[in-house]
Design a protein around this ligand. Structure first.
Ligand code: CP3
Length: 356
C-alpha cells in the first residue's frame, strides 16, 4: 500500500473541499533563484543532464520543500522532453533558452513524427517520478506535468523561443491540415505522457499552455483548447489517470476560462491579469482556481509581498477551491527569503480569513 498523504490540502482544494489553510506552491519552485539548484545544475553539467538524471532531478525537486512549507512538489523536468524524444534534438544554449536542431516545418516533417514510447525514450522522466514519490514518502502530493499540444507545437515549428511564434501561427493559416496533424500527434503524446506519469506515481497532472493567449479567440479554440480537451478526454478514459485532478493553464487567455472549465478538468491556472473574483464568476463554480500573484511582486519588499498576497486571497474569498500560486513562473533574480514571506503569509492569512 502506498503511504497515505500527510498533507492533502492541495488535493482537497482541487476537489473544492474545505481546507484549514489555502495550499500554496510556486511555478518553477525548483530553479535558478535557489543557490542549491545552481550548484546541483553545475554538478550535472547542463539543464538536460540534470533533468535526465533521476537522482539529481529528485534532489532539485526536494530543495524548495526543505526551505519553505510548500503544499506540493512538482516533478523537475521540462515541457520540451516530448519533442526531444520525437527526435528534434533539444539543447539549451547558456542563457539563451531552448533550441531544436531539427525543427518541424513541412508536411513531411510532421508525417515522420510519432508518439514516443514512454518507458524507453522518456523512461528518465518516469524514473524521476518514481524516485521522487519514494523520497517524498507521503509528505506532500507530487504534480506531474506536460506542455499543451499548442505550446509544444510553437517551439517545434519555430525551433526556438520567440516573442510572437509567427512561424508556428503561419503554419496554422497556410497549412491547416499539417498543423492539425501535428497537434493531433501532440495531443496523443501529451495524454500518453501524463498517463505514464500517473502510472509512475504522479498525483496531480498539470498542462502548461504558455502560448495559448497569443492566439485570437477563434484560433485559440481551434488550435489550443481543442487539443487540450482531446488530451483531457483521453486521460478521463485512462485507467492510470482517470482519478487524478487535471489543472489546465493557458497564460493570457482569461477570456476563455468558461470554455476551459467545460473540458472536464478539475482546475484552471490563472495569470495575474484578472481578479480571482472575476475568474470565479466566469467558471461558475465548475472548477477550482490556481493563482495568481504577479511574479514581479517577489521583487518588492516583504511588507508589500504580504499585502499583495492578502489581496489575492481576499479576491478569491472564503469559498473552497483555491490553490495559491504565482500567475507565471518565478524568475531567477528573486531572493529566496521573499518566497518564504509569500508562503508563510498565504498560510497565516488564509487561516484568519477562514476563522480556523
Ligand atoms: O516548476 C518547476 O519547478 C518544475 C520544472 C519546470 C521547468 N520547466 C524547469 C526548467 C517546469 C514545470 C517547466 C515548464 C516549462 N518549460 C514551460 C511552461 C511553463 C512556463 O514557464 O511558461 C516552458 C514554456 C518551458 C520551456 C523552457 N524551459 C524554456 C523557455 C526554458 C528557458 C527559459 C529559462 O527560464 O531559462 C526552459 C529551461 C528550464 N526549465 C529551466 C528550468 C528550471 C531553466 C534552465 C536552467 O537551469 O538553466
Amino acid at each position: 500500500m502506498p503511504t497515505p498523504l500527510k498533507n492533502d490540502r492541495l488535493l482537497r482544494a482541487l476537489r473544492r473541499e474545505p481546507v484549514d489553510t489555502t495550499p500554496v506552491w510556486v511555478m518553477r519552485q525548483a530553479g535558478r533563484y535557489l543557490p542549491e539548484y545552481r550548484a546541483t545544475r553545475a554538478k550535472a553539467g547542463s539543464f538536460m543532464a540534470l533533468a535526465q538524471n533521476p537522482e539529481l532531478a529528485c534532489e532539485v525537486t526536494l530543495q524548495p520543500l526543505r526551505r519553505f512549507e510548500l503544499d506540493a512538489a512538482i516533478l523537475f523536468s521540462d515541457i520540451l522532453t516530448i519533442p526531444d524524444a520525437m527526435g528534434l534534438g533539444l539543447s539549451f544554449a547558456q542563457g539563451e533558452g531552448p533550441q531544436f536542431a531539427r525543427p518541424v516545418r513541412s508536411r513531411a516533417d510532421v508525417a515522420r513524427l510519432g508518439v514516443p514510447d514512454m518507458e524507453t525514450e522518456l523512461r528518465y522522466v518516469m524514473d524521476a517520478v518514481r524516485v521522487i514519490r519514494r523520497e517524498l514518502d507521503g509528505s506532500v502530493p507530487l504534480i506531474g506535468f506536460s506542455g499543451s499540444p499548442w505550446t509544444l507545437a510553437c517551439y517545434m515549428v519555430e525551433g526556438e523561443g520567440s516573442r510572437d511564434f509567427a512561424t508556428a501561427k503561419a503554419m496554422c493559416w497556410n497549412e491547416p491540415a499539417t498543423a492539425h496533424q501535428l497537434l493531433d500527434t501532440l495531443a496523443r503524446s501529451v495524454a500518453a505522457y501524463l498517463s505514464a506519469q500517473a502510472a509512475a506515481g504522479a498525483q496531480v497532472l498539470m498542462v502548461f499552455d504558455t502560448w495559448g493567449g497569443m492566439l485570437g479567440p477563434a484560433a485559440y479554440r481551434e488550435f489550443s483548447l481543442r487539443y487540450m480537451a482531446q488530451a483531457v478526454d483521453a486521460l478521463k478514459a485512462d485507467p492510470h489517470a482517470r482519478e487524478l485532478p487535471i489543472i489546465l493553464f493557458s497564460k493570457g487567455a482569461h477570456a476563455h476560462l468558461a470554455a476551459m472549465a467545460d473540458t472536464g478538468c478539475a482546475a484552471l491556472g490563472v495569470d495575474w491579469t484578472i481578479d480571482l473574483a472575476d475568474a470565479r464568476r466566469a467558471v461558475d463554480g465548475k472548477v477550482a482556481l490556481q493563482g495568481n500573484l504577479d511574479p514581479a511582486v517577489l521583487r518588492a519588499q516583504p511588507d508589500i509581498i504580504r499585502r499583495e498576497v492578502r489581496r489575492v486571497l481576499d479576491s478569491y474569498g472564503k469559498h473552497p477551491g483555491h490553490v495559491f500560486n504565482l500567475g507565471h513562473g518565478i524568475t531567477p533574480e528573486v531572493d529566496p527569503e521573499h518566497v518564504k514571506v509569500l508562503v508563510d503569509e498565504v498560510h497565516a492569512y488564509s487561516r484568519i480569513l477562514r476563522g480556523s
